[in-house]
Design a protein around this ligand. Structure first.
Ligand code: 5AD
Ligand code: SF4
Length: 468
């Protein structure tokens, strides 16, 4: 048994890790033939991609997948810790699984992902959720076959607080045939004061560039049109591995593979260099769409958040991107109600939003996470004030989504066709700037990139028709 420990996770000493090529012990192959798994994923793209790997492993074990929890022999929750409501949802589903297990005694129930890394969660599971067969951490989910085997008889808690080896060649069942996630860096060293990610995902570890490029080459051979390079802070790529190879060089090398579309997320403004902007501007297959979380527009709050930039520095970077990258769409994340945020601080955020006119924004009420430094700060912002601020912020960001979309009416944009909408004869896909486009056309091939003339703009999507 290994239990999570935030003190260990917080430790700043770098550890050596090995690169290991995953190989399933043949004794597990098809061991669970005929069994069904209900896999529920919460949270970010990293978790979605982990679930693609988990699916790949479970398929080798012989599992089929079901969307109906009542049909499952294994219920597996890949969880998220970023805000309290993600916790509540996962515990809600565990309650449902418990109910099903009362009349289906051999149902296996497991929890993996970020919540598994939290002491408070694991303690609760051990004390109050004896029906959960296993908890497995983010650093060792590839040990699923071994843990599944022994957890039939006794609850297993296998969570490592320090990042382990970097595992290559994991099996994967991707959810799309055209768009793929490719991890480039795991973990985060930024330790923003509100954020639990450095504790649940560990210290920054970059994948070797050769492994990334090989994965992209294989995706091209398999007909993929788009890769999203993933990391909690992709701009830190390479810092732990190379002297002179950063996200700028990696983006350039990936662009040279000629894969039609490259995206990357998430970016931290502090690590965003001019070279990166130049490369994005230079290669047409790097999409002009950047997710650049600002979190707050108040210097005082940014400092308390440990974000390492001022409003002015952020705006300089923002405007440089807009100037240097043609038609660049920028999206952001914003937190309201951080401890001590005054009405003036919030007004600063609104002022920044009015200047940036974001193409998209994910807005959140601050949620204290046990073990993070900000959780110790006292807050004088009431629940009502937080809700009012979020409401006001959303009203303003929404007007800019629409305003930006309006500018596209009459223009033609390239769209990667992902499927047919519920309405017949309508297709949908995403533009170069990552906007959802619903459109009409004849004999449109799913998975191709077509030019679409925009006819109508809405707040969160656009309508159009294939241009001749
Ligand atoms: N409370 C609210 N929002 C948070 N985020 C991260 N931690 C918290 C928290 N404790 C938001 C940030 C981040 C996004 C992924 O989630 O805006 O960029
Ligand atoms: Fe969390 Fe992102 Fe800050 Fe890392 S950079 S601590 S993932 S908010």
């Amino acid at each position: 048994m290994h239990l999570p420990d935030f003190k260990v996770a917080r430790s700043s000493t770098k550890i050596d890790y090995n690169k290991i090529n995953y190989k399933l012990d043949s004794k597990y192959l098809n061991k669970y033939k005929g069994k069904k798994c209900f896999l529920k994923t919460y949270g970010c793209q990293m978790n979605e991609h982990d679930s693609e790997n988990i699916k790949g492993i479970l398929e080798l074990l012989g599992f089929d997948f079901t969307d109906n929890i009542e049909d499952a022999d294994l219920v597996l929750l890949n969880t998220c810790s970023i805000r309290e409501n993600a916790h509540n949802k996962a515990f809600g589903l565990l309650g449902r699984a418990k109910h099903i297990k009362e009349s289906k005694r051999d149902l296996m129930i497991g929890l993996c992902g970020c919540m598994a890394q939290e002491e408070i969660v694991v303690n609760t599971i051990m004390a109050k959720y004896p029906f959960v067969n296993f908890v497995i951490g983010t650093h060792n989910f590839y040990q699923l076959p071994e843990i599944l085997e022994v957890s039939e008889y006794k609850q297993q808690i296998e969570v490592y607080s320090r990042e382990g080896d970097l595992i290559e060649s994991l099996p994967v069942d991707r959810s799309s045939k055209y768009k793929a996630y490719v991890n480039i860096i795991y973990g985060c060293d930024k330790f923003c004061t509100y954020c639990i990610v450095p504790y649940t995902r560990g210290r920054q570890r970059s994948r070797e560039k050769e492994d990334i490029l090989k994965e992209v080459d294989n995706l091209i051979k398999d007909g993929y049109k788009e890769v999203t390079l993933l990391g909690q802070n992709v701009n830190a790529y390479g810092k732990d591995l190379y002297d002179n190879y950063s996200l700028a060089e990696l983006l350039e090398d990936v662009a040279k593979t000629n894969i039609p579309r490259i995206r990357f997320m998430t970016s931290h403004p502090w690590d965003f260099t001019d070279e990166m902007i130049e490369v994005i501007a230079k290669y047409p297959n790097i999409m002009p769409s950047i997710h650049l979380p600002v979190q707050s527009g108040s210097d005082r709050i940014l400092k308390l958040m440990g974000r390492r930039y001022t409003k002015e520095k952020y705006l300089t970077l923002f405007h440089k991107m807009k100037e240097m990258i043609p038609n660049c769409a920028i999206s952001t994340d914003i937190i309201v109600g951080f401890p001590g945020e005054t009405e003036e601080d919030f007004e600063e955020t609104l002022k920044l939003v009015k200047e940036c006119k974001y193409d998209n924004a994910y807005t959140f009420i601050y949620s204290p996470r046990v073990g993070t430094p900000a959780a110790k700060l006292t807050s004088n912002v009431t629940k009502e004030e937080k809700e009012q601020r979020l409401y006001k912020l959303n009203e303003i960001v929404n007007t800019y989504f629409k305003e930006n979309n309006d500018k596209l009416v009459g223009k033609t944009v390239p769209v990667l066709v992902e499927g047919i909408s519920d309405k017949k004869n309508e297709y949908f896909g995403y533009s170069d700037t990552n906007k959802l486009i619903n459109f009409t056309g004849e004999d449109v091939e799913i998975g191709s990139i077509v030019n679409v003339e925009i006819t109508t703009a809405k707040t969160w999507s656009l309508d159009g028709k294939v241009s001749k």
